[in-house]
Write a protein that binds this ligand. Structure first.
Ligand code: NAI
Ligand code: MG
Length: 485
């Protein structure tokens, strides 16, 4: 069998990288090589940015009306719906997420594209009443230009659609750098965009590594805006690299999100959702609820219930429809998670479920880690302070509302937060007191195209989803017309 070979998409052409180099991508459940991917570098980024610039300034795309852009987004949504199963299977194969999860994701992304199609028709400037009666003053929204996107591996199709949608709705163009561990569905999306009729150069994909292709895109003087999702460390590098031409940035940098359970809550529902919040996608979720604060009177019992449910989750190859938890994305990620685990145990935490890498039989070939519930953890342990991006949750008892707010906020991050209570006043107080981009009351990790999502503090800035997401792709031009002339 010949191995699938993937090229770069630059200016509507599938091309090898300038260096001719490639790299392999593997199935984390089996270790099998899935495809060989072109390894793009600075020269390829240069060509892609030039193509995106031409497409933006003078190509057919620059003459697309809002109605044209809407129609294109709707066609793309239809094509994604047509090929949903292929997309779901490919993400599962390449990054391990269970097929039930990737199927659900594709369905949501079809809906997200249709949402952006609607926004493409609802772009509005203003007419402004100034103090000069002779003045006609208005603002218009203009697309910012060439956008770059650098995305992670934990939801490769998800991140690609989320970056592409507002670019197309606003009339910008895009150079996308997928994560080296998960390039296949971003490339498939590019193929669909061409099929939908997207003109050449509007959407370019340069696969490759962060240190060369990613860094070149972040620093490129021809790029007007970068949207980055990934680690906080890389986020800082992107900020530094953007200084050369003062690019606009939006950053989504993960977190260490608190999930707070009060004794008065629907504890059965809270426990079931605490499991999903911590372990969905094997914990490789930016807003995972990894610090599970539980009111002391119910802490032991609640932690035991979370561990009991966790132990019922079926771990295995994501292609098996029965699988609840697939492997971690890579050997590197497994090493990171194991490092955090050793650290937590060494510091005195105890695992009441899971606790170490799974081995034996089919597990040996892949990167499997079981859902792990910690008790006896302390707020200042490394595993409780740093993002792990693996299926480990620390349960932490608390005594009062005031105390738990202070502890929930005592982190550099601020992406999401959950609160479980039946007390209406407390629900409102908590939603205001917690420093995070999103607070979920009696639910967790809800997503809707109409609701903005993003972080505060070291979780980043800028918002995705909702109107604001598309707005971030515009600049406002103020137009002054002196009518007395
Ligand atoms: P990373 O932040 O290094 O990688 C994300 C993307 O950035 C990839 O496309 C990568 O190629 C690119 N990149 C890396 N270095 C770059 C540079 N200097 N300039 C431009 N682009 C660069 O994350 P990585 O190493 O895959 O995972 C490490 C940790 O990051 C995880 O354990 C997790 O804690 C966190 N993470 C958070 C995510 C989120 O959703 N917020 C997603 C993925 C990882
Ligand atoms: Mg892989």
């Amino acid at each position: 069998m010949t191995l699938r070979e993937e090229k770069l998409l630059i200016d509507g052409q599938w091309t090898a990288s300038a260096s001719g180099e490639t790299f392999e991508t593997r199935n984390p459940a089996t270790g099998d090589v899935l495809a060989r991917i072109a390894r793009g570098g600075a020269e390829d980024i240069d060509r892609a940015v030039a193509a995106a610039r031409r497409a933006f300034e003078s190509g057919p795309w620059s003459r697309f009306t809002p109605a044209d852009r809407q129609a294109l987004l709707l066609r793309l949504a239809d094509l994604l719906e047509r090929d949903a199963e292929d997309f779901a299977r490919t993400d599962t194969l390449e990054m391990g997420s269970p097929i039930r999860h990737t199927r659900g994701s594709v369905a949501m992304l079809v809906d997200l594209l249709r949402y952006f199609a609607g926004i493409a028709r609802a772009i509005e400037g203003t007419t402004n009443t100034t103090s000069d009666p002779a003045l006609f003053a208005c603002t218009v929204k203009e697309p910012i230009g060439v956008c770059g996107a650098i995305i992670p591996w934990n939801g490769p199709l998800w991140a690609s659609v989320l970056k592409l949608g507002p670019v197309l709705a606003s009339g910008c163009t895009l150079v996308l750098k997928p994560a080296e561990d998960a390039s296949l569905t971003p490339l498939m999306l590019a193929r669909l965009a061409l099929e939908a009729g997207l003109p050449d150069g509007v959407f370019n994909v340069v696969t490759g590594f962060g240190a060369d292709a990613g860094a070149a895109l972040a620093a490129h003087p021809g790029v007007d805006k970068i949207a980055f999702t990934g680690s906080e460390v890389t986020g800082r590098r992107i900020v530094e690299a953007s200084a050369g031409n003062l690019k606009r940035l939006s950053l989504e940098l993960g977190g260490k999100s608190p999930n707070v359970v009060f004794a008065d809550a629907d504890l059965e529902k809270a426990a079931a959702m605490a499991v999903v919040a911590a372990f969905a996608n094997s914990g490789q979720v930016c807003s995972a609820g990894t610090r599970l604060f539980v009111e002391r009177s119910v802490h032991r019992e609640f932690a035991a219930e979370v561990a009991r449910i966790a132990a019922t989750l079926k771990i295995g190859d994501g292609l098996d429809p029965q699988t609840d938890l697939g492997p971690l994305v890579s050997a590197r990620q497994l090493d990171r998670v194991c490092g955090h685990m050793d650290d937590a145990l060494g510091a005195g935490a105890q695992a009441i479920s899971g606790g170490g890498r799974l081995t034996g039989g089919a597990f040996d070939a892949g990167f499997f880690f079981p859902p792990t519930v910690l008790i006896e953890a302390q707020d200042d342990m490394r595993a409780v302070r740093e993002e792990i991006f693996g299926p480990i949750v620390a349960t932490l008892p608390f005594d009062s509302e005031e105390e738990v707010v202070a502890r929930a906020n005592a982190t550099q991050f601020g992406l999401g937060a959950g609160v479980w209570t039946r007390d209406l006043g407390r629900a409102h107080r908590m939603s205001r007191a917690i420093k995070a981009g999103s607070v979920w009351i009696n639910c967790y990790n809800r997503i809707d195209p109409a609701m903005p999502s993003g972080g505060v503090k070291a979780s980043g800035y800028g918002r995705e989803y909702g109107r604001q997401h598309v707005e971030e792709h515009f600049q406002t031009k103020s137009i002054w017309i002196d009518t007395s002339v």
